[in-house]
Structures are given as C-alpha cells and as structure tokens.
Design a protein around this ligand. Structure first.
Ligand code: FE2
Ligand code: FE2
Length: 260
C-alpha cells in the first residue's frame, strides 16, 4: 500500500574514528571502545532497517573524528569507517533516498587542512552511485514543508545547553524578508549531543541526539548529559510533520562503581 507520507532519516554526530564513535559491522577493531561500538551498531542497523524505505537521509554533521588530537581516543581509518557506515545506510534500498550531509565541527572533521568528512561523503557517493549533497546548511522541501538543517546551533546563554530555538526561526524570517531564504517549517540542529523537540503553530524545532558515546573531554570537563540515538520525520501529504526518536542507554557507557 502506498504511504501517505515521506520518511526522512536524520543521523548525526557519528564521530567515526573516535573510540566511542560509530563503526559499521565488520569494521570494529579490538581495544578501547570496542564494546560500545559493537553494542551500538547491532541495535542501530536493526532499528534503521525496520524503518525503511527512506525518501531522504540527512547526515547532520560530525561524520568523522580525529585523528591525533586526543591521544588514545582515536582509531585509524575514520574516512573508510564513516564511508562504510554511509554505504550501509544509503546503499541498500531499491529506490535510493535523496541524501544530504551538512558540514560538522572542523575540530573533529578537518585534519591538516583536509576535510575528512567531505572525503567520506564523496567516497560513499562514488561507492553507492547515490548522490550526496554536502553543504554547510540545506533547505529541503518535502510535501510543501521546508526543512532547514545545519550542524551548529549558535551561541546560547547556558554552557553546553540548547539555546533558544525560536531564535533560529527569527533568523530565518529576517533572511526570508531579504529574499535570501524561504520560510522554514522544520529546523534541525545538532552538535550539542542532546535531543530536544518542540513546536509552535507553524514550525518544529529539533536538536538531534548523537551517535557518539562519551568522550574524555566530556567526562573531564562537562557537567552535562548526552543523548545517544537518532530520529526520523514522517511528513504527510497534507503537510503534517511527525518527529520520532530512537534513544539508547548503551550498557558500555554505564559508569563503573568502585566498592570497598
Ligand atoms: Fe559532535
Ligand atoms: Fe559538532
């Protein structure tokens, strides 16, 4: 039976190449983070496959991570790891999805001036034959609704907390007034590794969860929580937008307690 909606998969913050980043099946190596990577990829691919087919897939930044900035936290071959994960996600469908990737945080994605994230995207597109548009931000119209996605969320008043999302709408309206952008109805942001979804009468504001687990920096420096998982949108023929999420509590991330 034909669907009366279009389905959009939104994946973000894979940080492939980090010990607690995502590694596709067959690409996990032993050592630090192997438990997390094995646990996550097993459930993630089942959940993604159960939701197929996707009409569009958005990779909203931080596809790759490292190497070398944080000794001990990186595994090698992050371009190949990210590429293979993308291939597993976008290369399986009889009717391939429209694919979009947004540029992530240069600290994670760019090494010695080379954008490894972009390389992974180009390789995945070549491998699958599915074009992947890579830009700083995208506007995507589906069933009369416009999605605006960007990795970064802008400055907030609270450290490592989602800032006011309606500000994104105000910026969009100011740019629309100047003829620079259409009015958007779905704002997707990432980067803070924390899920949030709210809506007003005309727009949905979404911050994606991350697919990366905890980091040394986070454990040492951040009094904050992260949400691990992904989300998808069903955009119905009448323009109704449904945002659904799949969050995980990976056992491998649970803190060990020392007992005397
Ligand atoms: Fe990230
Ligand atoms: Fe980021």
């Amino acid at each position: 039976m034909p669907r009366n909606f279009k389905r959009v998969l939104v994946l973000s913050d894979l940080h492939a190449g980090h010990v607690n980043g995502i590694a596709p099946q067959g690409w996990n190596v032993s050592g630090r983070g192997a438990d997390y990577r094995a646990e996550m990829i097993a459930v993630l691919m089942i959940d993604i496959d159960n939701l197929r087919p996707f009409d569009a897939v958005i990779f909203n930044g931080d596809l790759t991570d490292g190497p070398g900035k944080d000794p001990g936290e990186h595994v090698s071959d992050q371009v190949l790891i990210a590429m293979q994960f993308m291939v597993d996600v976008i290369g399986k469908q009889k009717r391939p999805p429209a694919c979009f990737a947004t540029a992530g945080t240069p600290f994670h994605t760019t090494v010695k001036g080379i954008n490894l994230e972009h390389l992974a995207v180009q390789h995945a597109a070549a491998q699958t034959g599915v074009p992947v548009l890579y830009k700083n931000q995208h506007m995507i119209n589906i069933n009369g609704r416009t999605i605006h996605c960007r990795h970064h969320i802008g400055n907030g008043q609270l450290i490592n907390m989602p800032p006011s999302l309606p500000r994104q709408k105000l910026t969009n309206m100011l740019l629309a007034e100047r003829g620079m952008q259409p009015i958007a109805n779905v704002f997707i942001r990432s980067h803070v590794h924390r899920f949030l979804h709210c809506a007003d009468a005309t727009a949905n504001f979404i911050i994606t969860p991350a697919l990366q687990g905890s980091t040394d920096y986070g454990a040492l420096r951040c009094d904050s929580v992260i949400d691990v998982g992904f989300l998808w949108l069903d955009i119905f023929d009448d323009g109704e937008v449904l945002c659904r999420k799949q969050l995980y509590r990976p056992k491998a991330l649970a803190m060990e307690v020392s007992a005397l």
